[in-house]
Design a binder for this molecule. Structure first.
Ligand SMILES: [Zn+2]
Length: 293
């Protein structure tokens, strides 16, 4: 795994190097050679040299990317858009690398098909207290990096005259079990699956998720709801279940449910995946599974 990562990194660095040379218009051959030929000759020496190296890297990346985009079930139009951006230069690989260097739980795919490791419990949970944001009750827990990011975001919101309320955060495996079983009893399995997660499948178990405000659709129309849509990504928070993506995420629109994924990943999601967290996480999951980097 390490050596593959090294190879991919050197590939991306090579890509960066070639890209830089092309951008700077480097001729790629010695002045001695150039001196004896006219400008017309010069281009005939340069082009095959540059073309060969660039297309070799392009081909390698493009083939691998196509495979991963297919495995990650990225819709064709979006996949084409990503291929186009990746072909433009090294930015895509470097942005991806920045995500992969971070805490793996920030990018962990946890959905109806992918569970967390059995019994997973973060070891840096902190209890939230009233401060720049409000808490709806005592005992709400979040992982330390998420607490810091929430604090920073809440201060920015306050500056804009908006107050954020954290209403639900970390949920342990056993808590999910209780809630899910109760929902099945009260509303039937289909509704329970649509509105709650099976034990082990909730993003809340990561300790990186906050449900804000009223935890219902009215939140979207509040000042906090509107502010958070526009600004959350700047502090590394991403909406998990956006409107119109129930078939992709498995959940109806939840305007209140935000996951802390870090700024590198919100940038990656917004730049390459049209702001859809689920697509980016599926892509990263399959990229890592295939041993990319
Ligand atoms: Zn939630």
């Amino acid at each position: 795994m390490k050596s593959i990562r090294r190879i991919m990194l050197s590939l991306s660095m090579g890509f960066l190097w070639i890209y830089t040379l092309l951008t700077l218009g480097y001729t790629g051959c010695s002045k001695t050679e150039n001196r004896r030929s006219a400008a017309a000759d010069q281009s005939s020496i340069e082009q095959p040299w540059q073309g060969q190296l660039v297309s070799a890297d392009d081909r390698h990346l493009s083939v691998f990317l196509t495979r991963i985009l297919e495995e990650a079930e990225i819709p064709q139009e979006l996949a084409g858009h990503i291929q186009g951006l990746a072909a433009e230069g090294p930015a895509f690989l470097l942005d991806l690398l920045a995500v992969l260097e971070g805490d793996p739980y920030l990018r962990a795919l946890v959905d109806k098909r992918h569970a967390l490791p059995a019994g997973y419990e973060p070891d840096d949970l902190v209890e939230l207290t009233n401060g720049s944001y409000q808490v709806s009750r005592r005992g709400l827990l979040l992982r330390r990096p998420a607490v810091m990011a929430l604090e920073e975001m809440a201060v920015a919101a306050q500056t804009d005259g908006v107050s954020l309320i954290a209403s639900s955060t970390y949920r342990s495996y056993s808590y999910q079990e209780t809630v899910y079983n109760r929902n099945v009893r009260e509303s039937g399995q289909e509704t329970a699956d649509r509105e709650s997660a099976r034990p082990g499948h909730s993003q809340h178990q990561l300790g990186l998720v906050v449900d804000f405000g009223s935890i219902d659709d009215s939140f979207a129309q509040t000042r906090a709801g509107r502010w958070i849509v526009a600004n959350a990504h700047l502090w590394g928070w991403s909406i998990s279940f956006p409107q119109g993506y129930e078939a992709i995420t498995g959940y109806r629109w939840e305007s209140w449910h935000y996951r802390y994924v870090g700024r590198e990943l919100t940038y990656f999601i917004d730049t390459y995946f049209n702001g859809i967290q689920q697509y980016a996480l599926q892509f990263i999951y399959h990229w890592e599974k295939a041993g990319g980097f």
